[in-house]
Design a protein around this ligand. Structure first.
Ligand code: GRF
Length: 204
């Protein structure tokens, strides 16, 4: 399975996924790293691993056709958003039906939507007095954080946690959950029926 990762930040999820491909945990290959900012830390990670990078230029109307062409030329099967801070245009969603994933650092459908990104999410979880948070992998549709949920991983919120403490714990959970879900896609173990998604256990 050929994977394109879209990112805008430090790229720790990019790293976890690329490492899982290299180790054979995911039977796939990261063939493209699409980046929305020229100063994103993920670029150095991609360079170190010899993965080609594309830095988006101009408006969505300008970059969407160019990126679509690159995805097609690289025969990409799965698009993985990992801290990507731009909306995915309909043209891409239409071309990769049920083949675009995102990870969100909370238990959707709670604590998602516009403005819910980065530390805002963890601050909101703590302010709400939740005893649990986690990470959610979902399919991408044309809105923020609303596509069908594929899998979740839960972590506790501890009594004296601040947003940074919680962010570290959730990010660690993401680095396990995301490669596991991508592995399930690569192994054809994901069943989609309408908005209901189940993952079969790994085959022995
Ligand atoms: C993660 O917390 C992810 O849930 C969110 O953006 C962050 C990306 O972190 N969508 P990184 O760039 O992978 O380290």
């Amino acid at each position: 399975m050929k994977i394109a990762i879209f990112a805008s930040g430090g790229g720790s999820n990019f790293q976890a996924i690329a490492d899982a491909c290299e180790s054979g945990h995911i039977p796939g290959q990261v063939v493209l790293c699409v980046v929305s900012r020229a100063d994103a830390g993920v670029i150095q990670r991609a360079e170190r691993m010899g993965i080609p990078q594309v830095v988006l230029q101009g408006s969505t109307a300008e970059w969407a056709p160019a990126v679509l062409k690159q995805l097609e030329e690289a025969s990409v099967d799965l698009i993985v958003l990992a801290g990507f801070m731009k909306m995915i245009p309909m043209a891409l969603i239409g071309r990769f039906p049920r083949r675009i994933l995102n990870i969100h650092p909370a238990l959707l459908p709670n604590f998602g939507g516009k403005g819910m990104y980065g530390m805002h999410v963890h601050e909101a979880v703590i302010a709400a007095g939740e005893s649990e948070s986690g990470a959610t992998v979902h399919l991408v549709d044309q809105d923020y954080d609303t596509g069908p949920i594929v899998a979740q991983s839960r972590v506790p919120v501890l009594a004296n946690d601040n947003a940074e403490d919680l962010a570290v714990r959730v990010l660690k959970a993401e680095h396990v959950l995301y490669p596991d879900v991508i592995r399930a896609f690569a192994e054809n173990r994901v069943r989609v029926s309408g908005t209901h998604i189940t993952i079969d256990p790994p085959r022995p």
